[in-house]
Design a protein around this ligand. Structure first.
Ligand code: GTP
Ligand code: MG
Length: 196
């Protein structure tokens, strides 16, 4: 809700999640778009991770998010987005419901070399009817698939936007967020006509 008080506009706060499987670039995206120093909860990958988390494709990864990432971006004087990045490892699933509470929507990042890493995230938002867009994060050596090919591989509806993204780049990440806002707004019920 937007409050206007003696010419001062208090922007609406919109909560957005940045989700997806292990190592798909969630922390990177929150860090690249956030206008405040992002809060992150990175810890070194430990022995507990070996044999559990699939490092294929992200062999250089040494840390992982254990709780959440947090950032903020002002989209307009009327809208401020609060970004919450989810932890990627399966054993932190218990955090997801808490993080998703009150969210307007989610960006689900995918790495096309490891699509299956993001299946559970897609399932999570579909089940809870939380609007989401799929952002294909470009990693070196990954093939550029058409949006329809990605939808088919993920078994998602044609109405779900699929956008290309480089999570390291602010403008690219911002475009994915704008796409999500457009998508979430398109799903809002039309306003009832006023009866006088
Ligand atoms: N080439 C490339 N590398 C990326 C991109 N985004 C992230 N990376 C790298 O991929 C690795 C994983 O990125 P993170 O942002 O930590 O991924 P995450 O999804 O937060 O990982 P978890 O929290 O452990 O699930 C890091 O080494 C990043 O530098 C991208 O768009 N392109
Ligand atoms: Mg992370």
């Amino acid at each position: 809700m937007v409050s206007v008080h003696s010419e001062q506009i208090i922007p609406a706060s919109v909560k957005v999640l940045v989700a997806g499987g292990f190592g798909v670039g969630k922390t990177t995206l929150v860090g690249s778009v956030s206008e405040i120093p992002p809060l992150s909860t990175e810890e070194l990958l430990t022995e507990a991770s070996s044999g559990v988390d699939d490092l294929a494709g992200v062999e250089g990864k040494t840390t992982t998010t254990v709780a959440l990432d947090f950032g903020r971006i002002t989209v307009s004087p009327r809208i401020v987005l609060y970004l919450f990045g989810t932890p990627g490892q399966d054993r932190f699933w218990f955090m997801w419901d808490e993080l998703a509470y009150g969210a307007a929507g989610a960006i689900v990042l995918i790495d096309t070399r490891r699509l299956e890493a993001s299946f559970a995230a897609i399932d999570f938002f579909e089940r809870r009817r939380i609007p989401f867009v799929v952002a294909v994060n470009h990693f070196e050596g990954s093939y550029d698939y058409e949006a329809d090919e990605v939808r088919k591989a993920l078994a998602i509806n044609d109405s779900i936007p699929v956008v290309a993204c480089d999570a390291r780049k602010k403008d690219s990440s911002k475009l994915a967020l704008i796409k999500l806002l457009e998508h979430a707004m398109s799903r809002l019920p039309a306003a009832e006509p006023k009866v006088s």
